[in-house]
Design a protein around this ligand. Sequence first.
Ligand SMILES: *[C@@H]1O[C@H](CO)[C@@H](O)[C@H](O)[C@H]1NC(C)=O
Ligand SMILES: *[C@@H]1O[C@H](CO)[C@@H](O)[C@H](O)[C@H]1NC(C)=O
Length: 484
Amino acid sequence: MAATGAAFVTLGFLTSLTVPVTVSGFRDLVPAEEGHPLCFKDHHKHGYTYDRCCNRDLGPHGLVTCWDAYMDFGFCCRPMAPLPKRAHPTCWTGLLENRHEMCCMGGSQHLAGPRGQSECWEEKERAGEPSKSTLGMCCDFFSAWRLANGSSTSSMIDVWARFPGSSSRAACLIEGYATTCSFPGIAFRVPDWHDNQLAMGKGASLPKRARPPLLWQLPAVSLRATRPRLELLTLGVGTYKSSVAQLVADAGALDVFDAVHAFSDFSFLSEDERQRWERHLRAWREGARIAGYGWWKPFLCRKLLSSASLASGRGLLVFSDAGSRLEPESAASWQSLAFAMRSYDVMAVVDIEHMERHWTKRRTLRQFEHGLRGTGFKDEGQFVSRLFVLRNTPATQRLLAAWEQLVEDITLVNEDLDPRGEAPEFRAHRHEQSVWSLLLKSAILGRPVQRRPGAPQMNVTARILTITEGYEAHQLTDFARRHD
Ligand SMILES: *[C@@H]1O[C@H](CO)[C@@H](O)[C@H](O)[C@H]1NC(C)=O
Ligand SMILES: *[C@@H]1O[C@H](CO)[C@@H](O)[C@H](O)[C@H]1NC(C)=O
């Protein structure tokens, strides 16, 4: 995007008009009231005010006579968030008219997710419509703060995020959907041809290439700044022992991790701990998946996070499933992520193709239902537990403690189904991953978590940096082993 003194945004609001957006002028554009400034600035005189247009008492879309093809309730009345570039001259014409939200928020069929669907533009191209646009040109990829010292862009999102006093809490593209929420301070690289090929599952046939970082902290951190300590954790037992050795070798060659903790058995357990996890261990000996439904992920993470080397609050613990590969090309992305994590507690990966209600059994959904009621938690993608990054903060420790306590209840992670039957759309339970996903959604949306019946509710609020499975996570790691 050109860093010119002024950018012009063309808008249609019953009548088209052109609003010059300059950095010096953006203060004037941001009214004290709520709603998107582009919708209400300069339109007061026509009677288009936030209070009138966004009045939910009039219906789910407020005052419908306020809206046209460019501006609608979703754009004007929600909190500021990463949004489609509504003003783009060719993105939202023809087939994609009024499909901006669906194309940018990621997914049809209620598969909410943070960064859009490349299918939209493929469809446009197939239909022979003018489409030099790429996904990146049409949507804002959480570009919450791209401006640096007086440059400007046509994106009001950037301007808003930089506005003094703008809130640093999560802003959600769709209210109640955790995976559409973002925090300012991070810029995402626009996906290129390679990324789009990866997104389409064509990674295996692509030549290796240097990968520019996917995201970075803003303002950009000097390369001479001290990088936070990065430690890697993995565990694989039985047939996965060789995968552990492979990952350790990969990590050595990558040279970004300050320590690697690799386990290929449970000999690290004390006698007390062995007793505590006996049911899970027995299940593992009897063939349960993820070495006993993955109970050891929160357990080991909590132990390592409290170790001396990571206790500073700046240390980062990376968990990766054995079976994934760390490629040398990912070094720059890992370096950049380590800096970006200074503003976050957790980096998590969401699989927007895997809807929560398909991959979490009723018992586990029910555990979170009260806290997450009124949100889209079942209809959005599931966070995966095969890769995540933890910063040693009180919020992370609370989240891990909750995960560990929940996983300890074997009925939440095992494959026993509800005696009254599961929902028709349910396919399989994802063990500790299902719990992790629901916990993260609670953390992002600030919803309380019930760990045990009768126990006080727990506040697990945390700042979660969300990246998507597919090409985004691929900048960091290759999930060679598929789940299903
Ligand atoms: C940006 O502005 C800050 C102070 O406002 C200054 O310290 C910094 O050097 C500037 N950076 C650039 C790249 O001009
Ligand atoms: C939960 O904790 C966060 C900070 O960690 C705080 O901002 C928020 O108000 C708390 N929520 C409740 C309901 O106590």
